[in-house]
Design a protein around this ligand. Structure first.
Ligand SMILES: [Zn+2]
Length: 354
């Protein structure tokens, strides 16, 4: 598509981003908010805080000190490497297979776990139930990724709890990966409201919902990139050196095979692309060059129906034409989520957990 939009001169967000405005230098609202939020981050203090947390859990598990959700991608691989080699933890790697992993992804996951010398568990949930959940999410909200946002953390939590693990260390970076709050949000109350009447809740209860507040509060969850400056070039260099993949790690693909389709759906719904905001985040955080980001986005962002889109949607049991109808009106925000104040309070309390 030849369409060229006005973009932020610092990151690459287009003028189709919700409530975006550009200052006299052409810098967008999101960049300005980012500067305000992260200008004074004391990374040294955050690193010390991480060490303190890890000190509390090291050697305390029955067999493992912590669980690391492990996709095989750079962030979770580096998180595992850091915890094992720099911080002397005994992690259990947990891999969730949603049925859309790249065929090579599981081999990479196993290879990496073996190289790192960590135990690995993989969870393949029942496809039939999973596809019904994706289908309902897609039909109701125009996206299916929202289902994974609830399913995966819940499965991780349940697995940790079952092994008596009291600390979950994710490799999710809020700065680099958090989706735009203007278009994407999900919590389990919202998820429940979306599924209600379509997927029987007692079918979902055991597998996909946190057992209870009481049990949930027994497990602390942190995201390591929020405590350490996530320097991607250095991360790639470390992993290429330490793990000996036989090719550059940045050339190995682990992306969910649903990504081109979810990006396309996202663009149809919001007017801008998933890769656009992800790469805008990276440029803003200084881990990638703006021109390089624009080049990747032009190459990877699907602007027309991606190959295999209709087959993908049909495989979930949904009708592609029906899905695309009134796409602009579909949104997760049409469903009621958790009370905001309660949510903030719960997050604060969990943050304070020892
Ligand atoms: Zn910007």
């Amino acid at each position: 598509m030849s369409e060229e939009r006005r973009r932020c001169t610092r990151c690459i967000l287009p003028d189709t981003y919700p409530n975006v405005d550009f200052d006299q230098n052409g810098v967008c609202r999101v960049c300005r908010e980012f500067d305000e939020k992260y200008a004074d981050v004391d990374w040294e203090a955050r690193r010390r805080k991480l060490e303190k947390i890890l000190d509390r859990y090291r050697g305390k598990g029955i067999k493992w000190d912590c669980m690391v959700p492990f996709s095989g991608g750079k962030d979770s691989t580096y998180t595992l490497w850091l915890l094992k080699n720099r911080y002397g933890m005994t992690p259990l790697a947990f891999n969730f297979d949603n049925g859309f992993a790249h065929p090579d992804a599981l081999d990479v996951v196993k290879y990496t776990a073996r190289k790192l010398g960590v135990d690995l568990v993989t969870y393949f949930p029942d496809r039939e139930l999973l596809y019904r959940v994706y289908r309902r999410a897609l039909e109701a909200t125009g996206e299916f990724c929202s289902a994974c946002v609830v399913l995966i953390p819940t499965a991780i939590f349940r697995e940790a709890d079952a092994h008596g693990i009291r600390l979950i260390c994710a490799g999710f970076s809020d700065i680099l990966e958090a989706p735009p709050p203007e278009t994407s949000y999900m919590d389990r109350v919202m998820f429940k409201n979306i599924m209600k009447g379509h997927v029987p809740l007692d079918e979902l209860r055991w597998d996909y919902f946190f057992p209870s507040w009481k049990r949930m509060f027994k497990v602390k969850q942190i995201s390591v990139p929020n405590y350490i400056r996530w320097d991607l070039p250095r991360i790639y260099e470390t992993l290429n050196r330490e793990l000996d993949y036989g090719k550059d790690m940045s050339d190995i693909r682990y992306d969910c095979l649903g990504t081109p389709h979810s990006s396309y759906l996202f663009r149809c719904r919001t007017g801008f692309g998933k890769y656009e905001y992800l790469y805008a985040n990276m440029v803003r955080a200084g881990v990638i060059d703006r021109d390089e980001a624009l080049r990747i986005v032009r190459e990877r962002e699907p602007r027309e129906e991606p190959e295999g889109f209709r087959e993908f949607v049909s495989r979930l049991g949904a009708d592609p034409d029906e899905i695309m109808r009134n796409m602009g009106e579909k949104s997760v925000f049409n469903f009621r989520g958790r009370n905001r104040r309660l949510r903030r309070l719960a997050m604060k309390l969990r943050e304070m957990l020892p």
